[in-house]
Design a protein around this ligand. Structure first.
Ligand code: NG6
Ligand code: CA
Length: 516
């Protein structure tokens, strides 16, 4: 028999390749589907105790995965929360990360490392759908809504995007596909301003009789689109303008089409899909087929529509045979809110439901209701089903945890606030983080650990001042709550524990200095 001859270079090649294969077996590369709801409260789902609305699809996800009871968003409003989640850096470290207008310039700069970059560089196909709310284009107010808006999500690691620039209650009321207005209507050029109304265009303030779909309870009295008042002024749009009742359909249809097309064309390449729903943010205006599905009017019906969205995309995974190969992560960007600016009877029709469950406060708040959110992870074969986890976890850790999963080393300086917590997020460990940091609407920071929560002082008042009846959780002196005995944050015990206040204050100082 002829001896097998292998050249030294081939040998080097082989020895280089073999460990790589071995390594790939050790670190599987599942598809990742991140379903990110908007303003969904901790207790707004059946699997988190909601009674007046049914959420069978999300409940199924929870039955098949791990359901977290101590999971937090990094902030109590959307823009800073999403900023923290996508970059792994706390938003309060950067100027200009507060709730963004629809014509904000891109808040995450192209050179900044994002969750999408992580997947992209690991060889994934990446795509974003739905609510963005992190700015587009170079500078605020300078975008050309009739041409290419650049930079855009393509500069942040997303191969494809079909998004709303901000929120449904902010102009421009159009979808943007890969940096251009989708279904662009050349007969109705688009202009956007957050400064002054366009001459001759009715506003909610001047023409409240034109608000035939939904009236506002506070604000939302500038441009009128689809019979609903918005924040900001816009002109034109024509056939490209969205109809609020079709937004959920548009988002999920585009996401499913992307997944199907990707499967038929690049079957071997994993994907990362960021599916950021418009539900259940205001204006809550679900499609007529969801009306009356809950006992709570439009807010509850928007939850039913959200659940339907999840059901559609899970069904698509099932029918493509992808369920076993896909890690699904479901969560919300901040806590729940009842009246957030429209007369949708959310408050009147609660029927005993509390979006925050037993917890105090809502969206915007430094109390738990601001940032404690539902979070579910399903990954068949890797995550045990029907599992509640009380581990302390934060969305800011997703980027480092996914880097751990993919066995990728984050670039120097990237995602500096993100900690690898993969075992917690997969339900393999109940340990969680030693501490969690959250940011309220006025940037007041709270720190909590297993036992205690400390809210830093703030001179802003105890209630939100612009309309919604929400406790802010702000006090001019530090607050301390015993989360074991007093999870409802009723009794401030700061006076009794000066040592703990000192401990949390110095921990906060070290975090601010980047030393924790
Ligand atoms: C507030 C809006 C509220 C909502 C919020 C941002 C008014 C009166 N209220 O200013 O409706 O849009 O901003 O929500 O305008 S978030 O979830 O996107 O952060
Ligand atoms: Ca939000």
């Amino acid at each position: 028999m002829r001896p097998l001859l292998i050249s030294p270079s081939a040998l080097a090649l082989l020895s280089g390749i073999l460990p790589l294969h071995a390594q790939q077996d050790e670190s599987p590369r599942p598809n990742v589907l991140l379903i990110y709801a908007d303003d969904l409260g901790y207790a707004d789902l059946g699997c988190y105790g909601a009674k007046n609305v049914q959420t069978p699809n999300i409940d199924r996800l929870a039955r098949q995965g791990v359901r977290f009871t101590n999971a937090y968003a990094a902030a109590a409003t959307s823009t800073p929360s999403r900023y923290g989640m996508l970059t792994g850096q706390y938003a309060w470290r950067r100027e200009g990360t507060d709730v963004a207008p629809g014509n904000a310039g891109m808040i995450i700069r192209p050179e900044q490392y994002t969750l999408a970059d992580l997947f992209h560089e690991a060889g994934y196909a990446t795509a974003a759908f739905g609510k963005w709310h992190l700015g587009l284009g170079d500078k605020t107010g300078t975008q050309d809504w009739n041409g290419l808006i650049s930079p855009s999500l393509g500069d942040l690691g997303f191969d494809y995007s079909y998004i709303m620039a901000a929120t449904a209650d902010r102009v421009p009321c159009v979808f943007i596909e890969d940096g251009r207005v989708a279904n662009y209507d050349p007969t109705a050029p688009i202009e956007v301003s957050y400064r002054k109304p366009f001459e001759g265009e009715p506003t909610g303030k001047s023409h409240p009789e034109l608000l035939y779909n939904l009236r506002s309870s506070h604000g939302h009295d500038m441009s009128i689109v689809n019979g609903i008042g918005r924040i900001g002024y816009m002109k034109g749009g024509g056939g490209a303008l969205w109809r609020d009742e079709n937004i959920a359909d548009s988002i999920v249809t585009h996401a499913i089409t992307f997944i199907e097309r990707h499967q038929s064309e690049h079957r071997d390449q994993p994907f990362f899909v960021y599916l950021a729903t418009n539900d259940i943010h205001v204006p809550r205006f679900p499609h007529p087929r969801f009306r009356g599905q809950s006992r709570m009017g439009l807010r509850g019906d928007a939850i039913a529509q959200l659940d339907w969205t999840v059901g559609e995309v899970l069904r698509a995974l099932d029918s493509l045979g992808l369920t076993e190969h896909t890690l699904v992560l479901f969560s919300s960007d901040n806590g729940g809110v009842i009246d957030d600016g429209y007369q949708d009877q959310a408050e009147e029709l609660l029927q005993g439901h509390n979006p925050s469950g037993i917890y105090r406060g809502y969206k915007y708040s430094a109390f738990e209701g601001g940032t404690r959110i539902p979070a579910i992870v399903r990954w068949p074969g890797h995550v045990r089903g029907a599992q509640p986890s009380s581990a302390l976890v934060s969305q800011v850790d997703w980027i480092a945890s996914f880097a751990e999963l993919l066995d990728v080393k984050l670039p120097e300086g990237a995602a500096s606030d993100s900690r690898a917590q993969l075992a917690s997020w997969l339900g393999h460990s109940s340990q969680g983080r030693p501490w969690i940091l959250q940011q309220a609407a006025d940037k007041t920071l709270s720190l909590r650990n297993e036992r205690w929560k400390c809210i830093a002082p703030s001179t802003h008042g105890p209630m939100i001042t612009w309309g919604p009846k929400i406790e802010t959780g702000y006090l001019p002196t530090p607050q301390l709550y015993d989360m074991k005995r007093d999870p409802r944050e009723r009794t401030n015990v700061a006076d009794r524990h000066p040592d703990l206040i000192h401990y949390f204050q110095s921990l906060e100082a070290r975090i601010r200095a980047g030393r924790e």
